[in-house]
Design a protein around this ligand. Structure first.
Ligand SMILES: Cc1ncc(COP(=O)(O)O)c(C=O)c1O
Length: 573
């Protein structure tokens, strides 16, 4: 590896050919589109490019259905002057990186098509040397830990802390991290590098203006890696920008233009901006030497086959963020607020308890706060696991939630979530609550107010007035895991106590299935079913009929693992 392999981008302020790529342009995306539109035949690699290797294949349709003709044309392997050199860019890639650096306020920006996992490794390779003393936030992503482990550096971890009992989020104990940093400097053995995970998966943001100012004040030549994987878009909204690393550096530079600290900031653009998967920015605050080291580290760690569509998407995502980011993020912030308000006030959503943003990370001394685009929700009152809840949202409502932690699930209200999507989510949450809340109430020990019926075979496990013990509950669990659907049916006009008293007095259970009508086994409960709600709405149902209803639900394709039709029944007396 020599300096001639460098991809050191030039300072962001001056375009190489002034006017060549005026603002509002996307030089790299334009260049990739231009080659994709030409019918270029390649004698290099990528037989699939332009769909050539599958032109006469029986698999062509499947390829095109999955990737589309445009993607097959855009996935090219050209390099050098044909498109640009990834490691030593001189053309559209360099221009695109320059525009990104200017937009984010960095001295240089590198595009990666291998995710922030690689960007973190590249940054740490550039910011450390064997033997460097590194102070790392224990809550960093695995990529940071793996990189540090292989770089021959001495690592001290700042401890992690938990938000509170009811909330699973973890983050660095930042006051303690600063204390460790100050103590090491006072002993004459300052840390050379600090690593911070500043915008977490779980929606915790660090007070970077305070933390970076303190680090610079104690040891002005310290190097810092700020992993803002989840916060790439934050730059583009005035409410979110103040806590970002690059904004904090701008403030520090305004106070002292000779700021000596090198700062690398990594952004998974694909997590919060309109970039393709694995599109990542590595921004650098640092002089030519720091930029050169970063270029060398990129050469060392990045694949030599970068994805040009991914790199082009980083160019497009930057322009979209510049022009539309504020309004899109404004919508996200509004929708996140709406979701929290609905969860807090709608009785049909009372089983969901939003965690934060108010009342959780409110201690300013901890130097952390909530990411307002995240909504963390405790679902324990539903009586199902967060894993089952996620699976159900995906299978039955085509809604995907990535994060589950304990009894909580995390909704990321990113710029791709619009009003209609939020309404779909709220509808799904209401239906799930209707279904599961009463089911979980039914499945508690004590005198049951419910019919609890496993289908098949459709014979009640309990009828109202019978006792439910732990053993029965565990049998119900076993039945459920073996594929049975568990149905519960309640008689709200007779309390469990009355039932127990009557049962004790008469030696028999006072209410039977034949005396029940199903009122709320509605079309909504029976999504996509062949069983009309009207047919059920007022009819008397026998146990057999109930089993038939269960069969219809089952035949409608509703999954056995997730369906508990909790119908509320009233006695017709
Ligand atoms: C804090 C943090 N850093 C880095 C990464 C890795 O990012 P990428 O998926 O772009 O490789 C993640 C992934 O979730 C993350 O949460």
């Amino acid at each position: 590896m020599t300096a001639s392999t460098s991809s050191t981008p030039e300072p962001a302020t001056q375009p190489a050919r002034p006017g060549a790529y005026p603002d509002g342009r996307t030089p790299l995306a334009d260049a990739v589109l231009a080659v994709a539109r030409r019918d270029i035949a390649t004698f290099h690699a990528l037989p699939l490019s332009h769909g050539r290797s599958i032109r006469d294949s029986h698999m062509r349709e499947t390829y095109e259905a999955l990737f589309g003709v445009a993607q097959l044309a855009a996935d090219v392997s050209y390099s050098g002057t044909m498109l640009d050199s990834f490691f030593r860019p001189r053309g559209p890639l360099r221009e695109a990186q320059r525009l990104a650096a200017r937009s984010f306020g960095a001295d240089a920006t590198f595009f990666l098509s291998a995710g922030t996992s690689t960007a973190n490794r590249v940054a740490l390779t550039a910011l450390t040397q064997p033997g460097s003393r590194v102070l790392a936030d224990r809550s960093c992503h695995q990529s940071v830990h793996f990189a540090l482990n292989s770089l021959g550096v001495q690592v001290a971890y700042a401890p992690m802390q938990r938000c509170c009992d009811g909330c699973p989020r973890t983050y660095a104990d930042l006051p303690r991290l600063l204390e460790m940093f100050r103590a090491a400097a006072a002993e004459g053995r300052p840390f050379d590098t600090v690593v911070l995970s500043a915008v977490s998966y779980d929606g915790v943001r660090y007070d970077l203006p305070t933390v970076l100012a303190e680090l610079a004040a104690v040891h002005p030549t310290v190097s810092v890696l700020v992993d803002e994987a989840w916060g790439a878009a934050h730059r583009f909204h005035p409410r979110l920008r103040p806590l970002t690393a690059l904004h904090a550096v701008e403030t520090l530079r305004a106070a002292d233009p000779r700021l000596a600290m090198n700062v690398a900031v990594t952004h998974s653009a694909h997590k919060s901006m309109s970039a393709l998967r694995q599109g990542s920015y590595l921004h650098l605050i640092g002089d030519g030497e720091a930029q050169e080291r970063t270029a060398q580290a990129l050469f060392q760690h990045h694949t030599t086959s970068p994805s040009w569509p991914v790199l082009a998407s980083l160019d497009l995502a930057r322009l979209q963020a510049e022009t539309e980011g504020e309004s899109l993020l404004g919508r996200s912030l509004g929708l996140a607020r709406t979701l929290r308000v609905e969860l807090a006030t709608d009785p049909r959503l009372s089983a969901y308890r939003p965690l934060g943003p108010d009342g959780h990370l409110t201690d300013a001394a901890q130097l952390v706060s909530d990411d307002p685009t995240r909504v963390l929700v405790d679902i324990s009152a539903l009586g199902i696991t967060a894993a089952d809840f996620r699976r159900m949202l995906f299978d039955e409502y085509a809604l995907y939630v990535a994060r589950e932690s304990g009894d909580a699930v995390l909704f990321h209200i990113h710029i791709g979530v619009d009003e209609a999507t939020l309404l779909r989510l709220l509808d799904a949450l209401r239906t799930i609550q209707r279904t599961y809340r009463s089911a979980s109430a039914a499945l508690a020990t004590g005198t049951s107010e419910h019919f609890i019926i496993a289908y098949p075979p459709g014979i009640p496990i309990t009828v109202p007035g019978e006792k439910l013990c732990e053993r029965t509950l565990s049998q119900i669990d076993t039945l459920r895991s073996s594929g049975c659907e568990i149905y519960t049916l309640r008689n709200p006009t007779v309390s469990a106590r009355e039932l127990a008293v009557q049962a004790a007095a008469t030696g028999s259970v006072p209410v039977t299935a034949d005396h029940l009508t199903v009122e709320s086994l509605t079309g909504e409960n029976l999504r996509g079913e062949g069983l009309a709600a009207e047919q059920l709405g007022t009819e008397r149902l026998s146990t057999q009929q109930l089993a038939g209803a269960a069969a219809a639900v089952s035949a409608a394709g509703t999954t056995a693992a997730t369906v508990t039709a909790a119908a509320t029944a009233v006695s017709t007396s």
